[in-house]
Design a protein around this ligand. Structure first.
Ligand code: NAD
Ligand code: DAU
Length: 438
C-alpha cells in the first residue's frame, strides 16, 4: 500500500532522538521530517502533477511529502517567485507591483532577515494573500535558504537583499561583505543545487535576477555627455559599491562557468513610497516637515540619476520575462540632478502641496539648507544610459520626476504613522505582533 518513488532531488526525512524512533517536525501546515536514511521521490514541475517524496527510516517507516506546486487560475502552473529582501524599500514596492500586475497568477515567497531596513508594515496590504508567504531568514543561512528551495518549486529568484546605504558601509564595511557578497554566494549555490540537472544543464524556465546598482561603475566626470553603459568597466569606490560589484562578479562567474540562468540589472537611484529616511529624498522630506536642518554633503553638486521605484519594479519584471539569459541591463531614468537641485525641488513642492492652514508651511524654506562635511570618497556623478533595455525589451521610465516627487510627497503626507513608526523604531515590533505572538 506504500508508494515508492525514485529520483528525489530533495528530501527531508526523519530525525531520530532515540534508536529506532523517528520524530516528525511539523512546520506551518506541512510536515517536515529530517534525516531519513533512505529517500526516494520525484518532483513535478507541471501544474497539478503529483509531487511525492517518500522517505523511510531504516526500512520501517515511509512518509510522503507534497511540495507546493499550485495551479494558477488560467490552468497553468503557478509561477513561484523567491524574493529576497522584500521587506525593504524596492523589494516591497516590487511585491506590490507584481500582485497588482499578476494577482493570483503567481506566488511570492519573501525571505528577509528584517534588519533595521526591513519593515513588514510595507507589506500589510498583501500579508493575508494565500499566494504570499513571508519567511524570516538570513540569506547567509545556507540551511534556511536550501530548505525554502526544497519545499517549494521556485521558478524565479529576485535577489534584492543587501545592505544598501553607502554611509553605513563607510562606518562598518564588514556586514556589507557578509550580506552582499557571501549572502549572494549562498543564494546562487542554493538556486544552482535546486535547478541543476544531472547533465549540468538547468531545468526549463528557471531564472535568477540579481538586482544591482549603477555605483559599481564608479564615478563620472561633470560632463553631460558621459554615461554608464553595460560595457563600462567596474570601478567601485565605497565599501557598499565594492561589495555589490563583488556580488555581480559572482553572478557573472556562475553564468560563465555553469551557464547558470541569470540576469543582472544595474539601476540608478530610486525614490518613492516606503523608502527608509536615511536616504536623501525621504530624509529631506521628513526633516523639512519637522523644521529640521537639511544636510547637504560637500558642495551639493554631486549628480544622481533618479528613477521612480515603480519603474524599477517594472524593469525587473520585464528583464525576468524578456531579458536574454546571461545579459546585464542598465536601468535608469535619464533624470540627472544635482543634490542641491533635488532639495530645492522638494522645498518648492512641499510649499505647493501644503495648504496655507498647515502650520508646517511657514518654516519650510531654503534657510533649513545646511552644508555639512562631505561623504568620504563621494562619487561625483552617476548617469545611466538605458539604451539596451529600451532597444531589446521596450522598457522606458514612465514617471517624470515632477510627477514622481509629488506622488512620493503625497505618500509621505498620507503615511505619517509609517514615518513615525520608522523614526521611533516601533516598526521593529511589527514582526513580533503579527507573526510571533499569534
Ligand atoms: P533596503 O535597505 O531598503 O532593503 C534591504 C532589505 O534587505 C531589507 O528588507 C533588509 O531587512 C533585507 N536584508 C538585509 N540583509 C539581509 C540578510 N542578510 N538576509 C536577508 N535579508 C536581508 O534596500 P533597497 O534600497 O530596497 O535596495 C534593494 C536592492 O536594490 C539592493 O540590492 C540594492 O543594492 C539595490 N539597489 C538599490 C537602489 C536604491 O536606490 N535604493 C538602486 C539600485 C539598486
Ligand atoms: O545609485 C544607486 C544607489 O543609490 C543605490 O545602489 C544605493 O543603495 C542607494 O542608497 C543610493 O546611493 P546614494 O549614496 O546615491 O544615495 P543617498 O540617498 O545616500 O545619497 C544621494 C546623494 O545625496 C549622495 O550624493 C549623497 C547626498 N546626500 C545624502 C544624504 C543622506 C546628502 O547630500 N545629504 C544627506 O543627508
Amino acid at each position: 500500500s506504500r508508494t515508492i518513488v525514485r529520483n528525489a532531488n530533495v528530501c527531508y526525512g526523519f530525525e531520530s532522538t532515540k534508536c529506532g524512533e523517528a520524530v516528525l517536525i511539523p512546520v506551518a501546515s506541512r510536515t517536515i521530517v529530517r534525516n531519513a536514511n533512505v529517500c526516494h521521490g520525484f518532483e513535478s514541475t507541471k501544474c497539478g502533477g503529483a509531487v511525492l517524496i517518500s522517505c523511510s527510516f531504516y526500512g520501517k517507516i515511509s512518509l510522503s511529502i507534497t511540495k507546493n506546486v499550485r495551479c494558477a487560475q488560467n490552468g497553468e502552473k503557478m509561477r513561484t517567485y523567491l524574493v529576497t529582501g522584500g521587506a525593504g524599500f524596492i523589494g516591497s514596492n516590487y511585491i506590490h507591483y507584481m500582485f497588482k500586475k499578476y494577482d493570483n497568477e503567481i506566488r511570492i515567497i519573501n525571505v528577509d532577515a528584517l534588519t533595521y531596513a526591513g519593515n513588514l508594515e510595507n507589506l500589510k496590504d498583501v500579508e493575508k494573500r494565500e499566494n504570499y508567504t513571508f519567511v524570516k531568514a538570513n540569506i547567509c543561512d545556507k540551511d534556511a535558504i536550501s530548505k525554502i528551495f526544497a519545499e517549494n518549486d521556485i521558478d524565479r529568484v529576485v535577489h534584492f537583499a543587501a545592505e544598501s546605504h553607502v554611509d553605513r558601509s563607510i562606518r562598518n564595511p564588514e556586514i556589507f561583505v557578509q550580506t552582499n557578497v557571501l549572502g549572494t554566494a549562498v543564494m546562487l549555490n542554493c538556486a544552482k543545487a535546486a535547478w541543476e540537472l544531472p547533465d549540468g544543464s538547468f531545468k526549463e524556465g528557471k531564472k535568477f535576477l540579481h538586482v544591482s546598482t549603477d555605483e559599481v561603475y564608479g564615478s563620472l566626470p561633470d560632463d553631460d555627455n558621459a554615461f554608464f553603459y553595460e560595457t563600462t568597466p567596474y570601478d567601485p569606490h565605497s565599501p557598499y559599491s565594492a561589495s555589490k560589484a563583488s556580488s555581480d562578479m559572482l553572478v557573472k562567474a556562475y553564468m560563465d562557468t555553469y551557464h547558470f540562468p541569470a540576469n543582472i540589472t544595474n539601476c540608478s537611484n530610486n525614490y518613492g513610497p516606503f523608502q527608509f529616511p536615511e536616504k536623501l529624498i525621504p530624509l529631506i522630506i521628513n526633516n523639512a516637515l519637522h523644521g529640521k536642518k537639511l544636510p547637504v554633503y560637500g558642495d551639493g553638486k554631486n549628480v544622481r540619476d533618479w528613477l521612480y521605484v515603480e519603474d524599477h519594479a517594472k524593469a525587473i519584471d520585464m528583464v525576468q520575462e524578456q531579458g536574454r539569459l546571461f545579459e546585464t541591463y542598465n536601468v535608469g531614468g535619464h533624470n540627472e540632478k544635482q543634490n542641491i537641485e533635488i532639495i530645492h525641488i522638494i522645498i518648492e513642492t512641499l510649499q505647493e502641496m501644503l495648504p496655507d492652514s498647515d502650520p508646517r508651511k511657514a518654516h519650510i524654506n531654503n534657510d533649513l539648507i545646511t552644508y555639512v562635511e562631505d561623504r568620504k570618497g563621494h562619487d561625483r556623478r552617476y548617469a545611466i544610459a538605458p539604451d539596451k533595455i529600451k532597444a531589446e525589451i521596450g522598457w522606458y521610465p514612465e514617471t517624470m520626476f515632477k510627477e514622481g516627487i509629488r506622488k512620493t510627497i503625497a505618500w509621505y503626507f498620507e503615511h505619517e504613522d509609517w514615518m513615525n513608526n520608522v523614526t521611533s523604531g516601533d516598526y521593529q515590533k511589527y514582526y513580533n505582533e503579527m507573526y510571533e505572538e499569534k
